[in-house]
Ligand binder design. Sequence first.
Ligand code: NAD
Length: 253
Amino acid sequence: MRLKDKVALITGAGSGIGREAALLFAKEGAAIVVVDVNEQAARETAALIDKAIHVRADVSKASDCQQMVAAAEQAFGKLDVLFNNAGIMHAKDDDAVSTDEGIWDLTLDTNAKGVFLGCKYGIPALRRAGGGSVINTASFVARLGAATPQIAYTASKGAVLAMTRELAVIHARENIRVNALSPGPLRTELLMSYLNTEEKRRRRLVHVPMGRFGEAKEIAQAALYLASDESSYVTGTEFLVDGGLTAAYVTPE
Ligand code: NAD
């Protein structure tokens, strides 16, 4: 088992990538702290796992992040893996001219500040455990501009990448590794409710060499590698799992 005796906290684990990672990490021997702002969803994920607790927390709130880490240490005695995965993509996130300031704030608070707060309270716990792995979910949009704009989301994911590099350098000598995981477009609720017509979905797929959306399970497999000791010399990287999207100039017909 690749995560035997480890304790992993996963935010946004009520759905999508987070839920698949929770199930996979558990299968590989980890105890799981299932965190989500949607308590019912978190409870449902935890119910599928033997060694798991669920915690309702909004990652944009400091006190919630402090509590989720405390709950992990209380339930399982330590924290080894911190997967800052929760994120939102607002339907009204558009270009700079059209996007409301409130949508910018909400998106940055969840996607960027949420990672900061996860680290603020999670890194001391990793230190207490003698080291660990932090995985921050970014996105391919931190790399490539799109004609279908989501200015706040894109900026938030750029912040996640930049933060990840700095965190990795700062904590490298403490046996704490920090990596970003950048999924390509996935067939999850988050993206499918944004690309809500066949036409929009087809237009997005034109840019993906593999010609299909990725699955949350495929991202969970990459997260497993970063969480496990198999990636013991990997820190500060961006792990792109995107069907070739960011490598493409022209895709096959
Ligand atoms: P999802 O919507 O299926 O899951 C996200 C989960 O995060 C939900 O359960 C939601 O309740 C939770 N959440 C939202 N705001 C929260 C908050 N403030 N505090 C705690 N939990 C909160 O989406 P997903 O596709 O699994 O996305 C997971 C991550 O992957 C996100 O960071 C997203 O930006 C990123 N991502 C997704 C795609 C994609 O195509 N789906 C592509 C690139 C990156």
